[in-house]
Structures are given as structure tokens and as C-alpha cells.
Ligand binder design. Structure first.
Ligand code: NDP
Length: 447
């Protein structure tokens, strides 16, 4: 067997890459991992984690207002963006250190340089060094897409949003997906004037229609503006702000444009095609069920493969890869029934088929739902209603999908997703005594 510098060289220190490196090393492999920015990747450094902390921070706006209805004498409160921003960034720094420590303690060599593929077993580092590895793992994630319009350079993406110097007064968010709706909620709660602009009239494509409609209705009631079927024409500097022109409606004057129109696999300039690795039309590494690319010695996990762009999926892919290739314990990721959530205000979550997907696949379905005003909202004089919806196979009542919007929906759905994944039916929920008083009890009282 050829003598390589490493058994495994991982390119990319995000969720998938770090898990694969750590587990492969624990299985006895000699492992190096290259990261050009910070160990932790998108989720930890400029994604899920700092976003969730901002969501918590933003939610205080409502909590402080509601507290008065619960008898608290809350004086006029002011929000200070630099305090929240810096505390969040300090936590990100702590996690970056924690990830680094984990890799070090598992004897993974960390190379803080950009690395590219120089051949089926060769990796070139930005500093000029070339190393060899029996297996190369591509875990470079995805990168925010910026539209090709004049003046796009005046906008920012989720990469920069955590570092803003000031809280913008008027924010335009491009896109209608996860990031757009999450940041619409954050900025609105923190006091900005928010307009969400999308090229179609759909938000959160892929989520259940009733739940999406509820978020749209609640967001509009809160004062977030939606401008649909609009395409950007140009973005120009205008005084202290920006003037954004569209194909179909009047221009908008704003202080910040945030692009949230999807994330593309991060493969450009990595040397993959030159090494014989097949990429698809979107630039994603094409892999088989074991995450192996068209080159036997090169694998890929996480967003760079564009299978499911979610952190827990990338982590599982990294674990399965390391166990299979280095641990002599082969297994494959099961992509069926993956729960997901949007941390909007209020949040929503879902698992399994939406009602329309279920109807398309099974014809007849039964839908059970509960449309209710959470107890806390009633006392707080808050009109927002929660919606829980269970989609079942008509004949057997087997649960095909579960969808919810309302306070703590992601926390509640995670537990209920176990039942959906296990193939339980509606009766299993009916047979379970309600835990009263809670919002989650609505799940066992659906009609
Ligand atoms: P999404 O894929 O969620 O949404 C993209 C949005 O941009 C859609 O509304 C889409 O419109 C629109 N769009 C797509 N392409 C273009 C284009 N070329 N020009 C203009 N608009 C366009 O992307 P995000 O950027 O919000 O998030 C990226 C990914 O990151 C998500 O898919 C998700 O997997 C992950 N993520 C997960 C989170 C979570 O788990 N809570 C949080 C944040 C991100 P339309 O649908 O109308 O075509």
C-alpha cells in the first residue's frame, strides 16, 4: 500500500468535517483538517448558533411588553445592539475554541489554511506545501448566493449580518426562505422597519401551506412588509442609505439589504473537477449512498453535496463516513422523516409530508388540527394563534406528517418527530393522556 502523509485529510472544519475528523481519529486514523476561516463552520460561526442567540435576544421585546400584563413594573427599556452583538460573538469565539480543543484532544492536526485538491490523493495548502492522504473528505459547506444585479456589492449576506456596526433603521431582506424569515423576525423585534422581497409569492417553500400562511399573516400583523413577485433591477447608494429598484414596483429607500436567496455548494476553485470529481449543475459534489464521489479516494459530506442543507444531517453524514471507512462499522444515513424548524417569530417546525405532498402521494388523507391561542398569549392580550396539524394516511391513520407554528414549536416537534419516524398512528397520540396545561397537549387532542 502506498505510503501517505495521512489516512484522512478533511477540507473544511464545519459540522460534518469536524465530526468525521474526530471519529476517524478515534478509530485510529492519522487525520488532518484544513480550515481557512474558523473551526466550527457555518453553523457555529455564522449560522444556526449566533442566529439562535439573536432570536433569544430579539424575543425579549415581546417578553418585556407582555410582562406588564403579568404584573411586572417594567420601566421603559432600551435595546443596545453592540452589547448583544459582542456577547454573541464572544460565545462564538468560545465555541470555536471548544471545537479546536476537541480536535486537538483527538489528535487531529488542524491546518488553518485554505486547502485545495491537487489529485486523487493530494492536497495543496495555500502556503505552498503539498501533502498526501489515502482518503480526502470534502466538507466545505455552502456559500450565500448573491444576485447578479448592478450594485449587489452594497448588500450583505448572513456571513456579515452578525457583525453590523449599528442596528439598521430600514432593512430589506431578499428571499422568502429560512434566513429571510428568521432575520425578518429578529430585525423587526429589535425595532427595525423590515420589508421582505421575494421573486415569487411563496415563503418557505417546502413547509406545509397552512403553517406558512399563518406565519405570513402573523408577520404582516406585526408590521413586517412583504413584497412579492419582485426582481431586483439595481441597488445604488442614496444619501446615507441605499435605493433599491425593482422590475415591477416602486423603488425602496433602505439602510441595509440582506441577501438570503439560498446557499450554493462551496466548490469553486477547489480543484475537484481537475481531479476527476463529478459536480452537478449547481456545483455540488455528486456522491453515492456512502458519500463517495466519482473518485474512489474522495468523499464529501454536508452542504457541499446539496442533499439536505441541515447541520444535524451533515453531522450524521460525517459520522457514517468515518465509521464506515475507518471504523469497520458500515452504516448509511436515513433521510426519511427529517424534522426541521424555522426560528421565525413565532417559530414553526415540521416533519414528514405536508398535506399537499401527502395528497399527491397517497390520494386520500385525513387531516387533524388544532388552531388555538396559547394561554400565555391570552393573558398578554396577544392575538397570535398557534396551529398544529397532523396529516394521516386515510385508511390506516398512520401519521405521514406533523406541522406546527406557535411558541416553542421546534422544542415540541422534536419529541413528536420520534413518533412520526417510528410510524405511529393517530390513535397512539389519542391514547396518550394530555399533560395539562401545556401547548404540547394539543397534539394528543387533535380533531
Ligand atoms: P432558502 O433555500 O431557504 O430560500 C431561498 C429563498 O430565496 C426562496 O424564497 C427562493 O424563492 C429565493 N431564491 C432562490 N434563488 C433565488 C434567486 N436566484 N434570486 C432571487 N431569489 C431566489 O435559502 P436561505 O438562504 O434562506 O437558507 C439556505 C439554507 O440554509 C436553507 O435551505 C436551509 O437548508 C439552511 N438554513 C437552515 C436553517 C434552519 O434549519 N433553521 C436556518 C437558516 C438556513 P422561491 O422559493 O420563491 O423560489
Amino acid at each position: 500500500m502506498a505510503d501517505f502523509d495521512y489516512d484522512l485529510f478533511v477540507i473544511g472544519g464545519g459540522s460534518g468535517g469536524v465530526r468525521a475528523a474526530r471519529v476517524a481519529a478515534a478509530h485510529g486514523a492519522r487525520v488532518a483538517l484544513a480550515e481557512e476561516h474558523k473551526v466550527g463552520g457555518t453553523c457555529v460561526i455564522r449560522g444556526c448558533v449566533p442566529k439562535k442567540l439573536l432570536v433569544y435576544g430579539a424575543h425579549f421585546a415581546e417578553d418585556l411588553a407582555d410582562a406588564r400584563r403579568f404584573g411586572w413594573d417594567v420601566p421603559q427599556c432600551a435595546f443596545d445592539w453592540p452589547t448583544l452583538r459582542d456577547n454573541v460573538l464572544a460565545e462564538v469565539e468560545r465555541l470555536n475554541q471548544a471545537y479546536t480543543t476537541t480536535l486537538n484532544s483527538n489528535n487531529v492536526e488542524i491546518v488553518l489554511e485554505r486547502a485545495t485538491v491537487a489529485g486523487p490523493h493530494a492536497v495543496r495548502l495555500a502556503g505552498g506545501r503539498e501533502v498526501s492522504a489515502r482518503i480526502i473528505l470534502i466538507a466545505t459547506g455552502a456559500w450565500p448566493v448573491v444576485p447578479d444585479v448592478p450594485g449587489a456589492e452594497h448588500g450583505i449576506t448572513s456571513n456579515e449580518v452578525f457583525h453590523l456596526e449599528n442596528l439598521p433603521r430600514r432593512v430589506l431582506i431578499a428571499g422568502g426562505g429560512y434566513i429571510a424569515n428568521e432575520f425578518a423576525g429578529i430585525f423587526h423585534q429589535l425595532g427595525s422597519d423590515v420589508t421582505l422581497v421575494n421573486r415569487t409569492d411563496v415563503i418557505l417553500r417546502g413547509y406545509d401551506e397552512s403553517v406558512r400562511d399563518r406565519l405570513l399573516q402573523i408577520s404582516m400583523t406585526k408590521g413586517i412588509r412583504f413584497q412579492f413577485n419582485s426582481r431586483f433591477e439595481r441597488i445604488e447608494k442614496s444619501g446615507d442609505g441605499l435605493r433599491v429598484s425593482f422590475d415591477s414596483c416602486e423603488p425602496l429607500e433602505v439602510d441595509l439589504v440582506l441577501f438570503a436567496i439560498g446557499r450554493a455548494p462551496h466548490t469553486k476553485g477547489l480543484g475537484l473537477e481537475e481531479a476527476g470529481v463529478s459536480l452537478d449543475a449547481k456545483g455540488a459534489v455528486v456522491v453515492d449512498d456512502d458519500s463517495r464521489s466519482s473518485v474512489d479516494s474522495i468523499y464529501a459530506v454536508g452542504d457541499v453535496t446539496n442533499r439536505v442543507q441541515l447541520t444535524p444531517v451533515a453531522i450524521r453524514e460525517g459520522q457514517a463516513f468515518a465509521d464506515t471507512v475507518f471504523g469497520n462499522k458500515p452504516w448509511r444515513v436515513d433521510y426519511h422523516c427529517i424534522p426541521s424548524a424555522v426560528f421565525s417569530h413565532p417559530p414553526l417546525a415540521g416533519v414528514g409530508l405536508t398535506e399537499s405532498q401527502a395528497r399527491q402521494k397517497y390520494g386520500a388523507v385525513r387531516v387533524y388540527s388544532s388552531d388555538f391561542r396559547p394561554m400565555k398569549n391570552v393573558l398578554a392580550n396577544r392575538g397570535e394563534r398557534a396551529l398544529y396539524k397532523m396529516v394521516c394516511e386515510a385508511e390506516t391513520d398512520r401519521i405521514l406528517g406533523l406541522h406546527m407554528i406557535g411558541p416553542d414549536a421546534p422544542e415540541i416537534l422534536q419529541a413528536a418527530a420520534v413518533a412520526v419516524k417510528a410510524g405511529l398512528d393517530k390513535k397512539a397520540f389519542d391514547d396518550t393522556v394530555a399533560l395539562h396545561p401545556s401547548m404540547a397537549e394539543e397534539l394528543v387532542l387533535l380533531r
